[in-house]
Design a protein. Structure first.
Length: 157
């Protein structure tokens, strides 16, 4: 019984762990489209709030019967239930408040930022384009390497 509770309780927990990276990646994509850091994280947080709350709500409501269990073996089930309820609630608070705050404080100010035409025009063009030509002779293979790989050694000219 305990192992099945453990396996079932891990699924939403793993889903909750992926919510923050998804939110950050969405904010990075918005910044690439030209939004500033604060606007991107606000829009990202607003869009990701519903999936975060749905995951937490389902997990916490599913663990409440464990937390308020009575009868034989209830002591162990209560502990598991309260750990799940508390852990998911704390993880949700961190995901909703701490992750966006830390992103605004630690995000690089200019990268990945918007790619503009002006930025591309500022890059100087090379004076002469490099010419890449195929060599008439393939590079020489040292005899030790040729022997170990089975490559035939060409006779020296």
């Amino acid at each position: 019984m305990a192992s099945s509770i453990s396996c079932i309780s891990q699924c939403p927990l793993l889903t909750q762990c992926t919510q923050s990276p998804v939110s950050i990646e969405f904010a990075n994509q918005l910044r690439e489209q030209g939004l500033d850091t604060l606007a991107a994280i606000k829009q990202s947080a607003a869009q990701r709030l519903r999936p975060i709350m749905m995951t937490t709500g389902a997990m916490v409501l599913g663990a409440v019967p464990l937390a308020i269990a009575t009868g034989a073996g209830a002591e162990s089930r209560k502990q598991i239930g309260w750990v799940i309820v508390g852990g998911m609630s704390l993880g949700t608070l961190l995901t909703i408040f701490v992750v966006p705050t830390m992103y605004t404080l630690l995000a690089r100010k200019f990268a990945p930022g918007a790619k503009t035409e002006k930025a591309l025009d500022d890059v100087p063009a090379p004076a002469v384009a490099p010419q890449i030509t195929a060599s008439a002779h393939p590079p020489a293979v040292p005899p030790a390497v040729a022997a170990s790989t089975g490559i035939p050694v060409a006779a020296a000219e």
